[in-house]
Design a binder for this molecule. Structure first.
Ligand code: PEP
Length: 243
């Protein structure tokens, strides 16, 4: 069975004063029966390295070090305390022009540093409307997921771009179709494809988490806005534990 994971993505949010949220989540969910993680801005990772919940990063450079001003290597993030790195988030694909090849290289860097890669894929609204969602998913899976991926080092997050931060959520049938497709492709390609944790991401809230977690092949969620406060993220974790 895939491991269940509730992962938060704080994006470019979070100051020292917000560390009390990590403290609170650690106290309440540090011994949860599902994996709990928050992917923090790099500035906060070291301060949380001994948390009872997992601490992740949101991006890395593909190389181990060198003349790349402003960038952080996977090794540096692991050294600070990250045990996972998000790669290929749609905001990085859009804001920084990251390609599937870039994301594949960054995911390999995450493995090299001994961290897990949380690889994000998902269609735009135009792709959803013109019926090319599954084709796009195939392209992103083939291009972004390294051959060295395994259930132990990789989580796949299906995040429709049009659902991120918008309050719009696909129907349960749409989520089921895409997750079943991803599962099929992973089992075709990897001997342990049935064990990969598959997350849904896009406007997950306390009010819709339970029904989303009831969809086959949904093993958890990647949560943006609703992970910023323990009072919002907590019920999502609780809903995952209850499934
Ligand atoms: C995300 O940032 O990955 C995300 C899913 O954001 P939100 O939950 O705010 O839609």
């Amino acid at each position: 069975m895939p491991r269940k994971l509730a992962a938060g993505n704080w994006k470019m949010n979070g100051m020292k004063q917000d560390l009390e949220t990590i403290q609170s989540l650690s106290e309440t969910y540090g011994a949860a029966t599902v994996d709990v993680m928050v992917c923090l801005p790099a500035t906060l990772i070291a301060a949380c390295r001994d948390s009872a919940i997992g601490i992740g990063a949101q991006d890395c450079h593909a190389l181990e070090g060198g003349a790349h001003t402003g960038d952080l290597s996977a090794e540096m993030l692991a050294d600070a305390g990250a045990t996972a790195i998000i790669t290929g988030h749609s905001e990085r694909r859009a804001d920084h022009g990251e390609t599937d090849a870039d994301i594949c290289a960054k995911s390999k860097a995450a493995y090299r540093a001994g961290t897990m890669a949380i690889i994000c894929i998902g269609e735009t609204l135009a792709q959803r409307e013109d019926g090319t969602t599954l084709q796009l998913i195939d392209i992103q899976l083939a291009g972004s997921v390294p051959d060295a991926a395994s259930a132990a080092n990789t989580v796949i997050a299906y995040e429709p771009v049009w659902a991120i931060g918008t309050g719009k959520v696909p129907t349960l049938a749409q989520i089921e179709e895409v997750h079943a497709h991803i599962r099929m492709r992973l089992t075709e390609r990897f001997s342990d494809g049935a064990e990969f944790t598959l997350l849904y991401g896009g406007s997950v809230k306390a009010g819709n988490a339970a029904e989303i977690f009831g969809v086959p092949n949904v093993d958890g969620a990647l949560v943006g806005g609703a992970s910023l406060k323990a009072a919002d993220f907590g019920p999502i974790i609780a809903a995952l534990q209850a499934t």
